[in-house]
Design a protein around this ligand. Sequence first.
Ligand code: UT7
Length: 326
Amino acid sequence: MIRARIIGTGSYVPEKVLTNADLEKMVETSDEWITARTGIRERHIAADKEYTSDLATKAAQNALDMAGVKAEEIDYLVVGTITGDYPWPATACIVQSNLGAVNAGAVDVSAACSGFVYALAAASDRIQAGHAKKALVIGAETLSRIIDWEDRNTCILFGDGAGAVVLEAQEGEAGILSTHLHADGTQLELLYQPGFATRILPSIEALKERPNFLYMQGNEVFKVAVRSLTEVANIALKANQMKVEDIDLFIPHQANIRILEATAKRLKLRSEQVYINVDRFGNTSGATIPLALDEVNRAGKLKAGDILLLDAFGGGFTWAAAMVRW
Ligand code: UT7
């Protein structure tokens, strides 16, 4: 059977680090509150002229280098992002140009924090259908650009970064085993960016309402996140006739340590099974999962045959999982 196998991973985070102590000087908050409620200690923030496409390009190049694959060999390039450089065209087209991936079709996927898993599913399906041999899948965000730095409810949570994987069509048992995508648009205003697109057009009048920032009703989102992450993880296990004990590494979207712990508890995962790096990067939306995957891969912690469960939840709402045999 042909599967999409991950043959290289890469990541990149901007140099600038914003600590909880830095945030204490910007809004009424404390390191204790942020650490206790979110588990986040620091996050990386893009420099003035550093854009989502720049982070994505660096992460992708690192993944290509690890895979030993040239950019021209890529025939499909997908970027999961909600903070693209422009409303359109796709940030994937900028990355395609930066890398010289001249033979690749390029497109963005907008599924908020589930963007990488949605993008992975699109590329994996294309490979399995025989329409692509090698694909680049990237999750990249500069959330710092859509954060209201005066809103302590949200500004403490998010960071910038990118992660990428190179997929290759391979015969065998290793690779993406299954992907599971879900959405519910009925409560989109619990987590969204109202403007500026075509519903709210930019004007001096419209700017007064500050629609260009991310809005979130955190405690409502929290409950849906735990429920959805648990539900889709169980769906992925069932589809593969696996039990929780079969998972070698659970890589959840890194939103908040309490969400991760509550999900792990509901799934009855042991703490050694769960990968956590939210303390160092905060919530980088579509980038959290590939960033974590690259960290664990480069640390040499993955061995052939390991079962990984990638589990995401985000605005939309969207939620998604991918079962992977390494
Ligand atoms: O990426 C996927 C989507 N995002 C998420 O999954 C995030 C989901 N939500 C969360 O992570 C949590 O809801 C938060 C971390 C955002 C907030 O934690 P919470 O335990 O749900 O707190 P809360 O919103 O219920 O607020 C509790 C109190 C409030 O004060 P009062 O009304 O009780 O006096 C807030 O005003 O904490 C206050 N508060 C803060 N205090 C100090 C809110 N933000 C801060 C802050 N520093 N930064």
